[in-house]
Design a protein around this ligand. Structure first.
Ligand SMILES: [Zn+2]
Length: 157
C-alpha cells in the first residue's frame, strides 16, 4: 500500500499545490480545513458550502471551518473504474482500487470523501479519521483534493 496517489502525505500544503476546486478547503494556521456553511436560523451545517439552508431555506448562512477529525460512518472500496463521464478515466487498465466513505464530523455534518486506505482490513466503522490532502486523481500533478486517513494509533493513545 504505497504510492503517492494512494497515500495521504503529512506536510502536503496548499502553498505548493492547487486545490481541485475553489471554496472546498482552505489552509488556516498551517492546517487544511474543509469549508462548510452554517445556517444562522436553524444551525444546520453543510458541506460543501451552500448559499441557502437545505433544511429551512434561510439565506442567513455563513462560512464555517469544519473539524479536521471525525469518525468513519460508512465506507466501501471502489474496486472498478467509475463511469466516465463524469469521471475521466484515461487508462482503465491503470485503475487502482481506492477507499471512499462518509466521515461524521462531530455535531457538524457527514462528509463524503476519498480515503487514503484501500485495504478493507484496515478500515472499520467508527474509527477515528483525520483530514488530509492527496494528489487529485486524473488531474495535473500539482492539483490536490481532500481525503480522510485513519488517525495513527500512537496519536490516538
Ligand atoms: Zn436553516
Amino acid at each position: 500500500m504505497s504510492g503517492a496517489a494512494s497515500t495521504g502525505e503529512r506536510g502536503v500544503t496548499l502553498a505548493a499545490a492547487r486545490p481541485i476546486a475553489d471554496g472546498l478547503f482552505v489552509e488556516v494556521g498551517g492546517e487544511v480545513r474543509l469549508l462548510g456553511s452554517e445556517c444562522g436560523r436553524c444551525g444546520v451545517v453543510t458541506f460543501p458550502r451552500q448559499a441557502s439552508c437545505r433544511r429551512c431555506t434561510s439565506t442567513a448562512v455563513s462560512d464555517r471551518l469544519l473539524a479536521r477529525r471525525g469518525t468513519l460512518w460508512t465506507w466501501t472500496i471502489q474496486a472498478f473504474p467509475p463511469k466516465s463521464p463524469p469521471y475521466a478515466v484515461a487508462d482503465p487498465e491503470a485503475f487502482e482500487p481506492y477507499g471512499v466513505g462518509y466521515v461524521e464530523l462531530p455535531n457538524e455534518v457527514r462528509v463524503e470523501a476519498r480515503l487514503t486506505v484501500a485495504d478493507p482490513d484496515k478500515l472499520r466503522t467508527g474509527m477515528a479519521m483525520e483530514l488530509t490532502l492527496i494528489p487529485a486523481p486524473g488531474a495535473e500533478p500539482d492539483v490536490v483534493t481532500y481525503a480522510f486517513r485513519p488517525v495513527e494509533e500512537e496519536e490516538a493513545q
